[in-house]
Design a protein around this ligand. Structure first.
Ligand SMILES: C[C@@](CO)(OP(=O)(O)O)[C@H](O)COP(=O)(O)OP(=O)(O)OC[C@H]1O[C@@H](n2ccc(N)nc2=O)[C@H](O)[C@@H]1O
Ligand SMILES: Nc1ncnc2c1ncn2[C@@H]1O[C@H](COP(=O)(O)OP(=O)(O)O)[C@@H](O)[C@H]1O
Length: 295
């Protein structure tokens, strides 16, 4: 965030582990997920203007409406309904660097960035309980994205437990540019009562600690997503075989796959080799964030 509160990044959300542990009466699934955020994301800029507007730019702007269904506009509208006249009208520009509907929460991250931006302009704290409640009404992942720091998410997204420490790690994200609807993946899920996440060490400071813990975990949405989009399975295998890859797995409901690496050099080399083999895929390498966007 800059000093005027006119710029926010919207970091990519990565579900390092995602267990589906139950199904509620309304059909929504209970989740337990270890989530981290990457230093790659969308960008939201604002300029004081005569009236509110939203322009979408960047490599994934195509096909994304800047109308009232855009999560940035929904977040601004929700904020203004709760705090009328707290922020002047703003001309917003969203630079869409993340593929849409890809399991890395682009839309949720954008909504959270808009809430942080509005809160900063209004002089409100960036992650108050009230802002978190408002975030949850916009989407299950929006409260987590509001914090944008390593955390364990429970329920359908309303229970958040921020981790006091997190190791320095680098991530490679690969997306085959096939949009995968979250609802389709949940619909194909066979077991709805899988075992919960194992207990985390009190202080997660070393990459090897996290690597070991992750071997005991899964993404329960990966098998149904691979059935729908088989290339996801190929990408997981390909990334897992690159030198230095601690773990390769799908994030969220897909189709983005991540690889975890201990060093920046290994991550960049892996990204380069994946790009060479699959020039049509979207590939990014970045550190994982250890501190929050809302601090
Ligand atoms: C799976 C996760 C994990 O972080 O990430 P993404 O893949 O979206 O990034 C999220 O829980 C996604 O939450 P959210 O983004 O709010 O989901 P929505 O698009 O609203 O959900 C679309 C549909 O998926 C099903 N759904 C979604 C979430 C959930 N906990 N249980 C469900 O059964 C419902 O049928 C819902 O109508
Ligand atoms: N600013 C936005 N960026 C991305 N998607 C958005 C946005 N606003 C609304 N959407 C809608 O939200 C849906 C989920 O998008 P996204 O959050 O990128 O998915 P995921 O959480 O699976 O990565 C898309 O189908 C898209 O039409």
């Amino acid at each position: 965030m800059d000093d005027d509160g006119l710029f926010q990044v919207a970091p990519a959300k990565v579900n390092l582990a995602l267990h589906v542990t139950g199904r509620r009466e309304d059909g929504y699934h209970e989740l337990e997920s270890l989530i981290a955020f990457a230093a790659v994301g969308d960008e939201l800029r604002a300029e004081p203007a005569e009236r509110d507007s939203l322009t979408i730019a960047g490599p994934f702007a195509d096909g994304l409406s800047g109308g009232e269904t855009n999560l940035v506009n929904r977040a601004v509208a929700a904020f203004r309904a709760r705090w009328p006249d707290a922020v002047e009208p703003l001309a917003l520009t969203l630079t869409k660097n993340l593929p849409v509907a890809s399991g890395i929460g682009g839309g949720s991250a954008d909504a959270a960035a808009a809430l942080r931006l509005m809160a900063a302009r209004a002089g409100l704290p960036p992650a108050s309980a009230e802002l978190q409640q408002l975030a949850l009404r916009l989407g299950a992942d929006v409260p987590a994205c509001l914090l944008s720091q390593p955390l364990v998410m429970g329920g359908i997204g309303e229970e958040l437990q921020v981790l006091p420490a997190f190791p320095d790690l680098h991530i490679v994200l690969v997306n085959p540019l096939v949009a995968l609807a979250t609802a389709d993946v949940f619909r194909r899920l066979r077991a709805h009562d899988n075992y919960p996440l194992p207990a985390l060490p009190e202080l997660l400071t070393r990459p090897a600690q996290l690597g070991l813990w992750l071997t005991e975990t899964r993404n329960d949405l990966q098998p149904p997503a691979v059935k729908l989009v088989p290339v996801i399975g190929d990408i997981v295998e390909d990334l897992a075989a690159t030198p230095g890859c601690m773990l390769a797995r799908m994030s969220g409901s897909g189709a983005t796959v991540f690889g975890l690496f201990g060093s920046e050099g290994q991550a960049h080399q892996a990204a380069q080799s994946v790009r060479e083999r699959n020039p049509e895929h979207w590939v990014a390498a970045a550190p994982l964030l250890t501190a929050g966007a809302a601090q």
